[in-house]
Design a protein around this ligand. Structure first.
Ligand code: SF4
Ligand code: SF4
Length: 472
């Protein structure tokens, strides 16, 4: 029985409800009236439930699909303007005791280079990341209570926040570690993490159990209920996602939205972000061996429909995707991307030789951060290094109510300009700086509130004088 308020995984992600939803959407995929009604509802910008959103995802009417894409673009513009928040992953350790069949870190892989960074190595990685211009990291580790206990993660977070190197600083550390206990989530909260990220991989229980044959991750309920424990532990910004390609994308789409509905129903706040990774080749993983891969058109439709269904939820895209694909889906809903990423352990300070490869997946977009920033600006976007909300205590429902009142725009836009200015002053190539200065001069005029505009202008001037870290 589907019950978004239930605390049991199999009730808030109900297989029967998903199957009924899929059948309903299939039956209505050419139902012009119903599709139009749902589009009209979506225009209210309050989101859609999983069933409505699934009808849009399955829609086969060309003209309606054009309306769906146009609406996704408009919602993206209204909620996120032309800003794209930048981040980088930081791999601390690839020791792992799980058996995930799609990830080269699985326990049985005996030939991949196993690495775990010492605190000194973390310092070197973080300095390399700071020297690129990054301010926001996503920490990644495999699950291994002996090699990567929670104490190691906490110590690493402390190290990262403590590094002051030139004008660099990591101002927000998001954490992507295995499902854990309320007590450990509380410790992460106390360590000052931003978002806790955990991908479901697949919401389909039977497939989940097959794809995770061994190790603690095999437990579907423990994994699926992790966000509830995280919230109980005081973390109110959580990031969900699936690995597209493992199961039918339509099933995963319904699961993702049901998970969001559950978090909203129980905790009063939905997920802070949704990530949309697609399976990629890696060490002993052949992406083609998974039958459920989705093409770029389907991927674009997915992004557009998620954007419409949960307008307030940020959407994250990694360097798994190529430049071309990224360009397409940025317009449709993505609000945060990584740039200049290394998916190996210790790969920022010292690029690896192919022989000692410790990477979790092959990167498609291999450009430097400066190239990505330059490219974004040429496309008309403002790359933002903003981390203000969590540092100002705007998390969870406080963040969501600010979003829903529309006032968050008065923070995001000037903050994007101030943090871009820091990037231009400290890290950018000459060409990137030239484009960026012109962009800032144009965009500052668009800050709606006069007082905010004035303060932002003053702060931009102060950054030129060497001051840093202003925020609204
Ligand atoms: S996906 Fe995570 S848990 Fe699974 S093998 Fe890879 S690192 Fe380990
Ligand atoms: S002001 Fe808040 S919501 Fe806006 S970009 Fe910065 S951290 Fe994100």
């Amino acid at each position: 029985m589907y019950d978004p308020r239930s605390m049991k995984a199999e009730e808030f992600i109900s297989h029967e409800e998903i199957m009924e939803t899929l059948a309903f959407a299939q039956a209505h995929r050419r139902d012009e009236n119903l599709i139009q009604q749902i589009i009209e509802r979506a225009k209210e910008r309050k989101g859609l439930n999983h069933r409505e959103a699934m009808v849009l995802l399955d829609c086969e009417l060309e003209e309606k699909n054009q309306q769906i894409y146009a609406l996704a673009e408009q919602i993206k513009k209204d909620f996120y303007g032309n800003r794209i928040v930048m981040f980088a992953p930081l791999y601390l350790s690839n020791y792992c005791i799980n058996g995930c069949v799609y990830c080269p870190y699985h326990l049985k892989n005996k030939h991949i280079a196993r690495k775990k960074l010492t605190q000194e190595e973390i310092r070197r990685e973080v300095i390399a990341l700071q020297d690129m211009g990054h301010k926001r990291l996503a920490l990644e580790t495999g699950e291994d209570p002996v090699n990567n206990p929670i104490e190691y993660v906490l110590e690493s977070i402390k190290t990262i926040y403590g590094i002051q190197h030139k004008n660099g600083a990591i101002r927000r550390v998001n954490v992507n570690i295995a499902a854990t206990t309320v007590e450990n989530y509380r410790k992460l909260k106390e360590a000052g993490i931003g978002t806790y990220i955990l991908f479901q991989e697949t919401y389909h229980k039977r497939s989940y159990e097959k794809l995770h044959p061994t190790g603690p991750k095999h437990d579907y309920a423990y994994h699926t209920e992790a966000m509830d424990r995280a919230m109980e532990g005081g973390i109110d910004d959580v990031g969900i996602g699936v690995l597209f390609g493992l199961e039918l994308y339509r099933y995963e789409f319904a699961g993702l939205l049901m998970h969001a509905e559950h978090l909203e129903a129980v905790h009063g706040v939905g997920p802070h972000t949704i990530s949309v990774p697609r399976i990629r080749p890696a060490d002993d993983i052949d992406a083609d061996a998974f039958d459920n891969g989705i093409n770029d058109d389907t991927f674009a439709k997915l992004v557009a429909c998620i954007r419409i269904a949960v307008p307030y939820t940020g959407m994250i895209l990694s360097t798994r995707e190529s430049q071309k694909c990224r360009e397409r889906v940025l317009r449709l809903g993505i609000s945060q991307i990584s740039g200049g990423s290394r998916t190996s352990v210790g790969g920022y300070a010292k690029p690896e030789s192919p022989r000692e490869n410790s990477a979790q997946f092959d990167v498609s977009d291999t450009r430097t951060l400066d190239e990505v920033v330059n490219w974004l600006m040429r496309l008309g976007y403002i790359p933002s290094f903003c981390t203000a909300c969590y540092r100002e205590g705007r998390t969870g429902d406080r963040f969501m109510s600010l979003c829903k009142s529309g006032q968050i725009q008065n923070c995001c836009h000037p903050n994007a300009l101030l943090t871009l200015k820091e990037y231009l002053m400290d890290y950018a190539s000459e060409d990137t700086r030239r484009i960026g200065e012109k962009l800032i001069a144009e965009e500052i005029e668009k800050v709606p509130r006069e007082k905010t505009r004035e303060v932002a202008r003053r702060n931009l001037a102060a950054i030129e004088q060497g001051k840093r870290d202003f925020r609204f």
